[in-house]
Design a binder for this molecule. Structure first.
Ligand code: SIN
Ligand code: FE
Length: 319
């Protein structure tokens, strides 16, 4: 189902003013669509299944009736003081399952961890129902609870997630592996998670490939050797980091590229390939997030991946 939840930016508008534009009847041309689904359960009996093509084509799948519920006792965690001020998120790292980034009363950390682990399990069960093709292939990445208000996050332009970007990390090269994310807004005060969503990946890549510069020979080996990257940065990672940085540094692009606003109300869960869909978090507080990894070959249609798209555009392998 294609819905008109997006608010459209006029090309002539400035950024701030256009946040208050009227809702569009149809998603803006050239903008990633948000597809709404009616599921109200995380378990296997929900109605939506076999929608690999939708998410691989770069849509955002939104479930406005799929809430992640906190128990009465867990509601005490809806307070930013549970996050270590130095960390953005409270997370559980796999495979060991240790809790990171938590502050506050250590006696309650086991309970906080259990809440995040429950989210990991629910999202996994949802993802495997939505995408049965990924069964046995999807790998669990970090699980997080994000209690910090987006509006209050001060940071450098490169880390500024209020600017449209595709996800790519300097120290954690993906080597082509996909980043599938399941988000859920758990805000108790009615506040939506406010995103901007940008253009399809191929159009986004074409915008910056003309100014693309290749990595220096030996640099990937050296960065890995010095411990600056967790594994070798492939040319794929190098291109993705340039897309990420060039987009965030490009004020014209931020203001005027095709984009739409999405407001994910509390109780909404949404699923997206965040390495493919340009996105920006403009507002909101209290969100759950689960990352999954998937090898390109394990997609239903590997040709839709950023890796294969970039290889087509550059006419060579990027391994
Ligand atoms: C991001 O992945 O860029 C941030 C998403 C969010 O905080 O809503
Ligand atoms: Fe991001």
């Amino acid at each position: 189902m294609n819905i008109g939840m997006s608010r459209v930016f006029s090309l002539a508008d400035g950024w701030a003013e256009s946040r208050h534009s009227v809702p569009a009847e149809h998603p803006a041309a050239g903008v990633t669509p948000v597809h709404e689904h009616p599921d109200a359960t995380w378990a296997d009996d929900g109605p939506t299944r076999g929608v690999e093509a939708e998410v691989e084509d770069g849509a955002v799948l939104s479930f406005p009736q799929l809430a992640f519920r906190f128990s009465d006792k867990e509601r005490a965690f809806l307070d930013e003081h549970w996050a270590d001020p130095k960390a953005k998120n409270i997370s559980v790292r796999w495979p060991a399952g240790e809790l990171r980034g938590a502050a506050g009363d250590p006696a309650r950390h086991a309970e906080l961890r259990a809440l995040i682990v429950r989210y990991a399990e629910y999202s996994e069960s949802l993802a495997l129902r939505l995408f049965p093709h990924y069964r046995g292939r999807l790998r669990r990445g970090n699980s997080s609870f994000r209690p910090i208000d987006v509006a209050g996050r001060e940071t450098s332009w490169r880390k500024d997630d209020t600017r449209l970007h595709v996800d790519a990390f300097p120290s954690n090269p993906m080597q082509g592996t996909r980043l599938l994310r399941v988000f859920s807004n758990v805000n108790p005060n009615g506040q939506p998670r406010h995103w901007r969503i940008g253009e399809p990946f191929a159009a986004h890549a074409r915008r910056y490939l003309a100014s693309y510069t290749r990595p220096l020979p030996g640099s990937a080996w050296l960065m890995h050797r010095l411990g600056l990257t967790k594994r070798r940065r492939t040319e794929y990672d190098h291109v993705m980091l340039q897309l990420h940085d060039h987009a965030k540094a490009d004020i014209e692009f931020q203001r005027k590229s095709p984009q739409a606003e999405a407001f994910f109300a509390p109780g909404t869960t949404w699923v997206v390939y965040s390495d493919q869909v340009p996105h920006a978090a403009m507002g909101g507080q209290f969100m759950m997030e689960q990352t999954f990894y998937l090898d390109v070959e394990d997609l239903q249609r590997p040709e839709t991946s950023p890796l294969r798209t970039l290889e087509r555009l550059l006419h060579r392998p990027l391994k």
